[in-house]
Write a protein that binds this ligand. Structure first.
Ligand code: SF4
Length: 66
């Protein structure tokens, strides 16, 4: 299993930049209203890096890897 993006919800301001930049990965949970990163076997790394660099709260983290 490679790296996966994780959102630190305690820091997230719900600006939705990540959802706009990378809608295949970042979604708003319709029930809870929180931003989530979906589980994929392969992530679009370039778009995720863009979302990470645009996140005003720096709360998107690449986790795992190795
Ligand atoms: S870009 Fe960052 S602060 Fe904005 S919704 Fe996404 S995770 Fe939250």
């Amino acid at each position: 299993m490679g790296q996966a993006p994780v959102i630190d919800i305690s820091e997230c301001s719900y600006c939705e930049s990540c959802v706009e930049l990378c809608p295949t990965v970042f979604k708003i949970n319709e029930e809870t209203g929180i931003i989530e990163a979906v589980e994929l076997s392969q992530y679009p790394e370039k778009e995720i890096r863009e979302a990470i660099s645009c996140c005003p709260k720096d709360c998107i983290i690449w986790e795992g890897g190795g």
